[in-house]
Design a protein around this ligand. Structure first.
Ligand code: COA
Length: 404
């Protein structure tokens, strides 16, 4: 088995493995769009002799941390040919991929998992969560006057191109879990909208919320038309809401709930910080299930921990294990606070012992040390865990609206 970065001539085999592993067929007219989404010099493949049997790769991202930003290799397109599964192909690709991310000087890697049991063994921990939300339109109403006095307008794809990237860039620096969205992602993921991605629905609609002409939030959605015994039963399938202010988010929910002929509104990636439960008359009418979102793999502990701020001043010695790769293992003194932080190797007695996987889970403040401690995943005295919770905590839950 050999793993290497691919070249153009490998692309047919690369796409074939993904089609077989994920179970889709890439139409000829979408082939170039698919290729353009990726960074070719970061795509890798595993070969059994001459046959390409495994795929993987990375995106070059900046990841917003609590109070800072960190370089991040976005693990992506992981697939192994069904004929070659469970022979260690993925394991070999992960070694190559994490080396490649580390060599580029990115202190962390991150991914969205197709299945939750796959990536813990490679040192990734669940770092963000999201809600799947379902609203029955007839049962949801808002309890107060709107938080804002702006209005919503619909943009075409061209209009959206001129507004959304700039708005996203205003939201991103304040939101732990957000990632840079390069032009290729905007074009090939957010604005490219082939019929086979529509699941029988309309083309993507872009709803923009503005106050005094200033763009403050947007949501994309599709409408699925349905009549049920003469009664309207349309469904709205919405993407994540991107809002600079609570008023913007609330206005976008009000807009979706207000569309006539709609029976249900589904939003598959709702921000855990959403204002929705607080602004509706009856929060029990919001059906929500929670899911793991983005997973984080810390590769360089001092660089990663120094790339965020901490809620209170404090000092902690962390003893980190890293059975898969070893590079994150060691004992590190973290001194941090609201103004910044330093982290360096030491030989002092540790306050907390944990695996790199759990460090990934606590990194963006999505999980507390105490809750992981209660589950037997982190070791430390109750005082040490509490200090770590106070330091690593943040006023916003991390959330990632970008699936890659
Ligand atoms: C997931 C996938 C890439 C795994 O590839 P693979 O080459 O079979 O994985 P490996 O043989 O290296 O497995 C390494 C370990 O992970 C485990 N593992 C692999 N896939 C798993 C899964 N889906 N669920 C649970 N465990 C899994 C293996 O059992 C093995 O465990 P062990 O070390 O205790 O023996 C492959 O099954 C696949 O292509 N699936 C469909 C596409 C997909 O889901 N890709 C991931 C996108 S995020």
């Amino acid at each position: 088995m050999k793993v290497r970065i691919i070249d153009e001539s490998d692309m047919d085999g690369f796409i074939a493995v993904m089609e077989h592993a994920f179970g889709f067929e890439l139409k000829d007219e979408n082939r170039q769009h698919f290729i353009d989404e990726f960074e070719l010099d970061r795509l890798l493949a595993a070969f059994d002799g001459d046959q390409l049997v495994g795929t993987g790769g990375a995106f070059t991202f900046d990841l917003t941390t609590p109070g800072g930003v960190v370089g991040c290799g976005g693990t992506t397109v992981i697939a192994v040919m069904p004929t070659h599964r469970r022979r260690g192909v993925l394991t070999e690709m992960m070694r190559f991929h994490l080396d490649e991310v580390a060599e580029r000087g990115e202190p962390v890697a991150a991914l969205w998992a197709s299945e939750a049991p796959i990536y813990g063994r490679f040192g990734y921990g669940v770092a963000t969560r999201y809600f799947r939300t379902k609203l029955n339109r007839n049962r949801v109403s808002f309890s107060r006057t709107p938080l804002g006095d702006g209005s919503v307008r619909i943009l075409g794809a061209e209009g959206a191109r001129g507004v959304l990237p700039e708005l996203y860039e205003r939201i991103r620096p304040e939101r732990p879990g957000f990632l840079t969205r390069g032009e290729a992602r905007w074009n090939e993921v957010h604005f490219h909208d082939p019929p086979e991605w529509r699941d029988g629905g309309t083309p993507k609609r872009f709803a923009l919320y503005e106050e005094d002409g200033e763009a403050l939030g947007y949501v994309t959605y599709r409408q699925h038309e349905k009549w049920d015994a003469g009664l309207p039963a349309n469904r709205v399938a919405a993407g994540p809401m991107h809002a600079l202010t609570p008023a913007a988010e609330e206005a976008l929910w009000r807009y979706l709930v207000g569309i006539d002929l709609v029976a249900t509104i589904e939003s598959w990636n709702t921000d855990p910080n959403s204002v929705l439960p607080g602004t509706v008359a009856d929060s029990r009418r919001i059906e929500q299930t929670i899911s793991d979102g983005m997973w984080v793999r810390i590769l360089d502990v001092p660089a990663a921990l120094a790339a965020r701020r901490y809620q209170i001043e404090g000092r902690l010695v962390l003893d980190v294990s890293d059975p898969f790769r070893g590079s994150a293992a060691g004992r590190f003194a973290l001194e941090g606070g609201p103004e910044g932080s330093t982290c360096e190797p030491v030989s002092d007695q540790p306050d907390i012992r944990l695996d790199v996987r759990e460090l990934g889970s606590t990194y963006l403040a999505g999980f507390s040390f105490s809750e992981l401690g209660r589950a037997g995943l982190v070791e430390g005295t109750p005082e040490a865990l509490r200090t770590a919770d106070l330091m690593f905590g943040w006023h916003l839950q991390p959330w990632c609206p970008e699936v890659f």
